[in-house]
Design a protein around this ligand. Structure first.
Ligand code: HEM
Length: 360
């Protein structure tokens, strides 16, 4: 009897050891397979809390403010993909609040095997990038087999043992960027549109992200003026041609008259809306007026072939833009918007008072 029990425990021990060995091997193969080529670490004296937000001012020096693709190649600077700036803790804390209070609006994983695979691949890509680019802040704890974020002092999840819904929330708690994964039902069908299949949107710019979940790109862009005539065809072509070796960036900009980064409504004018001009005297320009810029980056994930988009949102107080000496350029940008796009950005309600403030 005793020898039978010993054999049984020995067998259990061997089985557990094999499973552990397989788990470790899978993890190490995974991290080898997804190294980010050409991404050097930041300087050893880099400090996120001393890094000023990049002053992206997409209206500056631009003659044409019409709706356009405006994508630019950034394959020469892949290290610029995910940024750590002095807004880091505030933004991830803020996003945690948004995903906790509005889980249905902000968080989505389409329930099929292809999307789940793409989420794990994206998770690996982000975590590898963070470890490579910011080694002082994201370090692999060999014993635990997971990565430690030394800024928040929290461990990231292991992709081999976590649900995809938890993986995207973990990313949301570690990077400032929102993100979207787009897939087709049939990846070989050039006619089919990409659909939004997984996302975290902690900083919606005046729309309800849940209305776009599992929807094609055209449906999502329906309210955008001239989408059909100027963007639809070029966007389909852009996404069909996008390869994992590509990395592209584009910017959207607008002015908003409140300090919310999380806006489910309010930033846009839609056909049929009546926009009333705000009174200059009623506006708190110092505290309630902002330039809102989105920095969007695109590539394709090699294994799942999902299209990836990350979105970094900047809110810059208008007094700061003025101090930078860019008041005249912003006025030109505001005036240069074609009527339909200006209405979409609600210019009839804020345009004149904002220009008056910028001129003073
Ligand atoms: C090259 C790719 C893309 C281009 C050229 C593009 C272009 C635009 C433009 C011009 C706007 C109007 C925003 C403004 O100027 O203030 C817009 C809005 C928007 N875009 Fe895109 N976009 C692209 C990709 C995407 C993707 C992949 C998604 C998500 C699946 C997306 C989601 C949105 C949403 C939710 C809005 C706001 C729509 C609303 O008002 O309800 N965009 N896009």
């Amino acid at each position: 009897m005793a020898s039978e029990a010993v054999t049984k425990y020995f067998l259990i021990f061997v089985l557990v050891a094999i499973q552990l060995w397989k788990f470790k091997r899978k993890q190490s193969q995974r991290s080898k397979a997804i190294a980010s080529p050409g991404v050097p670490p930041v300087d050893s004296d880099f400090k996120w809390e001393e890094t000023e937000p990049r002053p992206y001012r997409p209206f500056d020096g631009k003659r044409n403010h019409r709706v356009a693709m405006g994508t630019k190649d950034m394959t020469e600077t892949p290290e610029d993909w995910l940024l750590l700036e002095n807004t880091y803790l505030k933004n991830i804390e803020f996003r945690k609040e948004a995903t906790t209070s509005y889980p249905k609006n902000t968080t989505y994983v389409h329930d099929n095997i292809e999307t789940r695979g793409a989420v794990v691949e994206f998770y690996d890509k982000v975590v590898t990038f963070l470890c490579q680019r910011y080694p002082q802040y994201f370090t692999l704890d060999e014993e635990k087999g997971t990565v430690l974020n030394t800024i928040t002092n929290e461990y990231l999840l292991s992709p081999t043992t976590s649900k995809e819904e938890d993986l995207i929330l973990c990313l949301a708690a570690n990077i400032e960027e929102d993100f979207i994964l787009l897939m087709k039902d049939d990846p070989t069908d050039h006619e089919e549109e990409y659909k939004l299949r997984a996302s975290i949107t902690g900083f919606p710019a005046g729309f309800d992200p849940s209305e776009g979940h599992n929807q094609p790109i055209s449906f999502i862009h329906k309210p955008v003026p001239k989408y059909e005539s100027r963007l639809k065809f070029s966007m389909a072509k852009f996404f069909n041609k996008l390869e994992p070796t590509d990395l592209s960036v584009r910017f959207n900009w607008s002015v908003q008259m409140h300090k919310e980064k999380f806006a489910l409504t309010n930033n846009h004018g839609y056909v049929g809306d009546k926009l009333v001009e705000m009174k200059y005297e009623d506006i708190d320009f110092e505290n309630e007026t902002f330039l809102r810029v989105e920095r969007q980056i695109f590539t394709r994930l090699p294994k799942s072939r999902a299209v990836m988009m990350t979105v970094r949102t900047y809110l810059t107080p208008l007094p700061k833009v003025k101090k930078e000496g860019l008041a005249e350029e912003l006025i030109q940008g505001i005036d240069g918007l074609p009527e339909d796009l200006a209405f979409y950005k609600k210019r009839p309600s804020w345009g004149e008072p904002v220009k008056r403030y910028l001129r003073e």
